[in-house]
Design a protein around this ligand. Structure first.
Ligand code: HEC
Length: 127
């Protein structure tokens, strides 16, 4: 037994023991720190809904147009009603021009994309 102990005391295993202990602790710490990262990738972050409620163009109309044209195109103050029959008879191009560059008292909305204008026009026609 004492021979074995003497062997152990002089052996590499004995001298390496503190080093092994430090390494083992490091591994535990690293694994401990790594766990939350793994968890957060496993749980998807909440994302903004891709589809806005209501028909396309509705949210944009409410935000940019309703203050003058009314919540359903009925007109407000000096702004005339958005008459769907008239809008259909005008054709899309004059409507695009009115929205992009303005008309009379209406300001232009040049910052809108083509797709947004198209959505607005189909929304107006369905009012
Ligand atoms: C500041 C008030 C105001 C805002 C905001 C506004 N409009 Fe107008 N809009 C008007 C007025 C006033 C007219 C009538 C212009 C005229 O014929 O002289 C008009 C006319 C129009 C017409 C032409 C109708 C026709 O019979 O020729 C369309 C289409 C229209 N607006 C769509 C929109 C859309 C879409 C938005 C939002 C992106 C919007 N408007 C925002 C005031 C506004």
């Amino acid at each position: 037994m004492s021979r074995l102990r003497r062997w152990f005391a002089s052996s590499l295993a004995f001298h390496a023991f503190p080093v092994l202990l430090v390494m083992a602790t490091t591994v535990v710490v690293l694994v401990g720190c790594g766990t939350p990262t793994t968890n957060s990738t496993a749980t998807p972050a909440p994302q903004a809904p891709a589809v806005v409620n209501g028909p396309p163009g509705a949210a944009l109309y409410t935000k940019s147009c309703a203050r003058c044209h009314g919540s359903s195109g009925q007109g407000k103050g000096s702004t005339p009603k958005l008459d769907t029959v008239r809008l259909a008879s005008l054709g899309d191009q004059p409507l695009r021009m009115a929205i992009a560059y303005g008309k009379g008292e209406m300001p232009g909305f040049g910052g809108l994309s083509d797709a947004q204008v198209t959505e607005l026009i189909s929304y107006l026609k369905g009012l």
